[in-house]
Ligand binder design. Structure first.
Ligand code: ZN
Length: 444
């Protein structure tokens, strides 16, 4: 149901529903009443959780990496309708000191060129989704092999190396197996995973070859003959993760041990991998915890530009400081209880909030009266506690907050300039037009 976030809403909603007989249902009545009381509670709790940030003596981070991606499905008009999907992801690094010199509203093209020269890389691939035949095998096998090949081919396999690094926990001295996964041929669950450092192996049950890239689980979204759009969006999300962790992996073994902790890593979107793609999350969390333990903290943020958290923040942000320019930035870490009560309004405690699919906790930041954002910040291993996290649990929070005001875009509300740049590289504009792609498909 469409509604805007006003304080007068619940009453209006009830009266609008008054003529519908379903309002007689005790469940519906309870929904309307709870909606009203929850809205009321949020006013108090929502202001309470905010705190002022004192940036004195805190050094902003100097190096910045940002990652973003996009995908587009292209269909032909003929019958049967053919469909392919193009996926593109971009990784970009900028020096904050260079960024400072740029007018963020009207960036000078030559300065931009200077910033972007040799600093952006992108990865692109194409998936057959429907009615596209290859002579090598079914659509199902085509996608499995395209994933395996495109990860290995690009930039001399640097992203594939990152997949191995995360899968086998290569920062550790122990030689771990990969996470367990289901065989793409016979669907047997190979719980042991692949042995340390293997690129492929054979299924314990059917003995057919299985790739490390099968562990990611794209095949679970597909049929033998066709694949849904979600394969392309999932591939984009997985690639964004692998790209983000590539500079992290490389800086981790850099001779200057401090560089990694002087860097801000930004991912567009939440620090989340859903459903079968969440298999890498325990490893990601373990690495971040390890880095924290040995005092080489990582500064990572994910920015959510839409969704439940963004809507919630938008509905409360006018009640919290800063109300005027020049006032101090304020922020609010969201505890699991807060997320349940205020954002999801669901008391369901059967699943610990965010345990399986998230590798960051939620943070609201208000930089100035018109600039606010929903961020995700890692904490390390999952803590199953409703009052978690506190500000001190969010890794590197002070330095992250000190850096944000310096990289805010003045072009788009609440946007970060490095993400905007990465978005420019990852956007589909540099692909051939859909018309050309269609012709390409029809010609086959
Ligand atoms: Zn098998």
């Amino acid at each position: 149901m469409p509604y805007s976030s006003g304080t007068r809403l619940p009453g209006e909603m009830a009266s609008k529903l008054g003529h519908i007989s379903v309002i007689e249902s005790p469940w519906v009545q309870s929904l309307v009443e709870d909606f009203e009381s929850a809205e009321f509670n949020s006013e108090e709790e929502a202001t309470e959780i905010w705190q002022e940030f004192d940036a004195n003596n805190i050094l902003p981070l100097r190096n910045i990496w940002a990652v973003d991606g996009s995908f587009v499905a292209v269909k032909t008009s003929g019958k049967p309708q053919k469909e392919v999907s193009f996926v593109k992801t971009a990784l970009l690094t900028v020096d904050r000191l260079k960024l400072e010199k740029i007018d963020k509203e009207h960036p000078h093209p030559l300065l931009m060129q200077d910033i972007l020269r040799d600093s952006a890389i992108f990865h692109a691939t194409v998936f057959p989704l429907k009615n596209v035949r290859t002579s090598l095998g079914s659509n199902y096998d085509a996608i499995r092999n395209i994933v395996n090949d495109s990860l290995k081919v690009d930039d001399n396999g640097v992203f594939y190396e990152t997949l191995k690094w995360l899968s086998y926990r290569k920062w550790d001295t122990t030689e771990f197996n990969s996470p367990g996964f289901e065989c793409p041929h016979c669907h047997f669950k190979n719980d042991k995973g692949l042995p340390f450092d293997a690129d492929q192996g054979n299924c314990e049950d059917c003995d057919k070859p299985i790739f490390l890239t099968d562990m990611i689980g794209f095949h679970l979204d597909m049929d033998e003959d066709s694949a849904p759009d979600s394969v392309a969006s999932a591939y984009m999300l997985v690639m964004e993760h692998l790209m983000l962790f590539t500079p992290i992996r490389l800086l981790w073994s850099h001779s200057d041990q401090n560089i990694i902790s002087e860097t801000l890593f930004i991912k567009d979107g939440p620090l989340t991998l859903r459903s079968q793609y969440s298999k890498l999350i325990p490893n990601i969390r373990a690495f971040i915890q390890h880095a924290k333990n040995i005092k080489r903290p990582l500064h990572i943020i994910g920015q959510e530009k839409s969704g439940a958290f963004f809507d919630h923040l938008a509905s409360i942000v006018q009640t919290v400081a800063p109300h005027d320019r020049g006032e101090k930035l304020s922020f609010a870490p969201l505890t699991h209880d807060y997320v349940r009560r205020q954002v999801y309004r669901s008391p369901d405690l059967s699943n610990p909030y965010g345990k399986r699919t998230n590798w960051g906790e939620k943070l609201f930041v208000k930089i100035d009266p018109g600039t606010y954002m929903v961020l995700n910040v890692p904490t390390g291993i999952y803590v199953d506690d409703g009052s978690f996290p506190l500000a001190t649990d969010l890794i590197g929070l002070d330095r992250i907050l000190a850096t944000l005001p310096e990289i805010v875009s003045s072009k788009f509300e609440g946007a970060l300039f490095p993400v905007e740049l990465a978005n420019g590289v990852a956007s589909m504009s540099s692909y051939p037009s859909a018309k050309i792609l269609e012709r390409f498909l029809d010609g086959r």
